[in-house]
Write a protein that binds this ligand. Structure first.
Ligand code: ADP
Ligand code: TYD
Length: 208
């Protein structure tokens, strides 16, 4: 049995990931593919509990190291319990955020550097996405789009932090051009989706 495709979405808060993921899921299902959607931090009972701790605005005293390791712990559980078994069963996985989020937010944003990759490598082993779609949107624009929803602990961080996260994503895109494909996410939903569809069609034509 062929392993399924593993596709992740990345980008700042409010960049349009959930919107595009929903459209991609419908597109792939219309082609007869078996696809499961999951998200980070979360996606399993244990990981959702860790998510609550990480994002709780009352946990203002959480150290950057604790935050980084909790994201990695939630990820290790998701990889073991969901992502690996699903891919091995031949189904495809679309994940809303994955290890690149830790690189952008914790390594670049919090300034923790290489340690973030070292810890995450232990959490995920060889489980890396086949394709990562990076929705590139100026962080101030992203913030405006989500201004009417309740902000979690990370979303409440300073605009300086979110600017560093954005620059971190741009650096990752440069560093891993084969896997990470950036898209201008300031455009119309349908224009963005057309580009995503082309990227995914290309991935599938390369691997069959
Ligand atoms: P994320 O999952 O990255 O936080 P969402 O998909 O939830 O982003 O989108 C955040 C908000 O912006 C939602 O209200 C959504 O309807 C809106 N939105 C998404 N894509 C676009 C777009 N291309 N242009 C304008 N608004 C958008
Ligand atoms: P998410 O629920 O995806 O928020 P949004 O829908 O606004 O994009 O993610 C929660 C927050 O956690 C988000 O601000 C990004 C942050 N995050 C990290 O800092 N590191 C990580 O490894 C992950 C997966 C998320």
């Amino acid at each position: 049995m062929n392993r399924g495709f593993f596709i992740t979405f990345e980008g700042g808060d409010g960049s349009g990931k959930s919107t595009q993921i929903q459209k991609l899921k419908e597109y792939l299902q219309s082609k007869g593919m078996d696809v499961i959607l999951t998200r980070e931090p979360g996606g399993t009972a244990i990981s959702e509990k860790i998510r609550e701790i990480i994002l709780d605005p009352d946990n203002a005293e959480m150290s950057d190291q604790t935050e980084m390791m909790l994201y990695a712990a939630a990820r290790a559980q998701l990889v073991n319990e969901v992502i690996e078994p699903v891919l091995n069963s031949g189904k495809s996985v679309i994940c809303d955020r994955f290890v690149d989020s830790s690189m952008a937010y914790q390594a670049y944003g919090r300034g923790l550097g290489d340690m973030v990759w070292e810890v995450n490598q232990k959490a995920i082993g060889n489980c890396m996405p086949d394709l990562t779609i990076l929705l590139k949107l100026d962080p101030d624009q992203g913030k405006n789009r989500i201004s009417n929803r309740q902000q979690d602990r990370i979303e409440q961080a300073s605009s300086d932090f979110h600017r560093k996260v954005y620059e971190g994503y741009l650096a990752l895109e440069q560093r891993f051009p084969q896997r990470i494909k950036g898209i201008d996410a300031s455009r119309d939903i349908e224009d963005i989706f057309k580009e995503i569809k082309d990227m995914v069609d290309d991935l599938m034509s390369r691997t069959v």
